[in-house]
Design a protein around this ligand. Structure first.
Ligand code: B12
Ligand code: SF4
Length: 460
């Protein structure tokens, strides 16, 4: 059940639990910022049916298992790490009433409320052993199951896990311990073909952190897609150094349907790139952007501001630098996601000023910088860069671009993102929330109840 799609998310969840009285409910927390929603869901489920066993999974609860269990007593177990095998063994053990302490990858509090971790669950060796996701169980026809910036025939997909690099802010690298595994190009193409034929999807943001870790993966993908002739379009993610390495494959990628590469270029200074362990230089970033342009591929950069030593001049240079090269960007504020090396470093240095995990979404400042101590000031700086970037005449003109994807993308960003930021600053309206999003406390207030004390306990 994806509650974010429901008009009445909490009420529908409660009603379903009361009706079905499930033995076990699994809750997925894909972002740190959603962990309180996950805890609230656990609380609601336990209140609706106290016998239901609750297991939670995802990166954040895996890294912060003990804290999550102690903050939310409604959660019985946490799956630490990959879920497929652990969950299967967990359910079998429950069914047969076997000892759960023998299931690797579980964390829980025992009867004495001591924290127990059953040990590391090895990664699945071959991702090809996993089936195609059960799309027939998802609400594929729902208007939110799309890719808003690219249109209603869009979808987000994932074909690999992990990354071989170790940028200090990256929870993916920490979760997968600097390893990388991928599905083979043939199975990727099978899935894409199914999505085209059964669900009319032909434009995809492929969420793989780094699509072309090996050249073989890129070559295999190009060959399969050219053979299948499904005429689908892809936005892939990669690194500047790998784009340079694979320059000879860029035409092939384009012919196979790739229209854009997104790269985590982060910043325009080698000192910062070194500090965050990006393992490539600004010169390589420029070269990669030039290669993409040369081969008629769009450049999307994800960028990070809010570094400790950052000055106003740095931010202006940053703006000019990236404004010159990229077609569009995703701007982020550097965030110490729990579990990452950055988190432990910043905690040690006492630079984390906001411990409310709802703000750990890369869009809110949670750490101060040397020259800007006030987080709200950093948030203003962030919004100012976004607004300045999208309101430039050069960007405005892109809404009339002959490239339909760029046109759609810019119309979306200018009407939704830049406009929302402007009205937020003038009228204080929220920048963006999922249309049906409701805070749990508001749901309880509606019913005349208050939020129980044990919930919303902020991390220490
Ligand atoms: C798809 C995706 C999206 C989609 C979400 C679509 C959807 N509703 O599912 C979109 C594009 C909308 C999106 C948006 C955002 N995302 Co996103 N997204 C991803 C992405 C690319 C793939 C997620 C995924 O499916 N992974 C594959 C599965 C297999 O992995 P998994 O979720 O970790 O699950 C495994 C285990 O954790 C475990 N598990 C998970 N849940 C459960 C539950 C149980 C019961 C069990 C037993 C096990 C278990 O088992 C699973 C299988 O092994 C990841 C990056 C990545 N490559 O993973 C980022 C990622 C999850 N996103 C991230 C972020 C920050 C965001 C945004 C906040 C960014 C922003 N500033 O806007 C927004 C949130 C917007 C919103 N309000 O939803 C971060 C989260 C970092 C963190 N620790 O908080 C990630 C990791 C990217 C990154 N490297 O920074 N995202
Ligand atoms: S290259 Fe990207 S996915 Fe890999 S560690 Fe760095 S930020 Fe994470």
């Amino acid at each position: 059940m994806d509650c974010t799609l429901n008009e009445n998310p909490w009420g529908d969840l409660e009603e379903k639990i009361q009706r079905e009285k499930p033995d076990v409910v699994g809750i997925s927390v894909i972002c740190t910022a959603f962990v309180y929603d996950g805890m609230n869901a656990a609380h609601l489920i336990k209140s609706a049916n106290p016998k239901t066993i609750i297991i939670m999974g995802g990166e954040h609860p895996s890294f912060m298992a003990e804290e999550t269990l102690r903050d939310c007593p409604a959660i019985d177990y946490i799956c630490v790490g990959e879920g497929e095998v652990t969950l299967t063994e967990f359910l079998r053990a429950i069914e047969k009433k076997e000892d759960l302490s023998r299931v690797l990858g579980l964390a829980y509090l025992n009867e004495k409320k001591e924290f127990v971790y059953t040990g590391e669950r090895p990664f699945i060796k071959d991702l090809d052993t996993l089936p195609i996701p059960a799309y027939h169980l998802a609400r594929m026809e729902h208007p939110y199951v799309t890719l808003p910036s690219e249109g209603k025939r869009g979808l987000v997909l994932n074909f690999s896990r992990g990354c071989l690099w170790d940028c200090i802010f990256c929870s993916e690298s920490a979760f997968y311990k600097k390893t990388w595994r991928r599905r083979s190009p043939k199975l990727i193409a099978d899935e894409l073909q199914l999505l085209k034929e059964k669900y009319n999807r032909d434009i995809f943001y492929v969420g793989d952190n780094t699509f072309n870790v090996t050249r073989e993966q890129g070559i295999g993908f190009i060959e399969e897609m050219l053979k299948r002739k499904t005429h689908q379009h892809f936005w892939l993610q990669s690194r500047a150094d790998l784009i340079i390495r694979d320059e000879d494959l860029l035409d092939g990628f384009r012919e196979a349907g790739v229209y854009q590469f997104m790269m985590g270029l982060e910043y325009h200074s080698d000192t910062v790139l070194k500090d965050i362990k990006k393992h490539h230089t600004v010169e390589q970033a420029i070269q990669a952007m030039k290669f993409l342009k040369k081969h008629k591929l769009m450049v999307m950069a994800t960028l990070l501001i809010g570094h400790w030593n950052e000055t106003e001049k740095d931010r202006n240079d940053f703006f000019k630098f990236f404004g010159k090269y990229v077609d569009h960007f995703g701007l982020n504020l550097i965030t110490p996601l729990p579990g990452t090396p950055l988190f432990y470093q910043m905690k040690e240095l006492g630079r984390i000023k906001d411990w409310d995990y709802r703000n750990y979404d890369y869009l809110h400042a949670v750490m101060s910088a040397k020259e800007v101590d006030d987080l709200e000031q950093l948030n203003l700086i962030y919004r100012d860069i976004m607004r300045r970037y999208y309101w430039r005449p050069k960007e405005m003109l892109k809404i009339f671009s002959s490239n339909p994807i760029l046109r759609h993308h810019h119309r979306y960003y200018i009407t939704k993102v830049a406009f929302n930021i402007m009205t937020h600053e003038i009228f204080g309206t929220p920048i963006w929330v999922q249309p049906n999003y409701q805070e749990y406390k508001d749901y309880l207030v509606e019913r005349g109840e208050a939020l129980p004390k044990e919930l919303m306990v902020l991390a220490k």
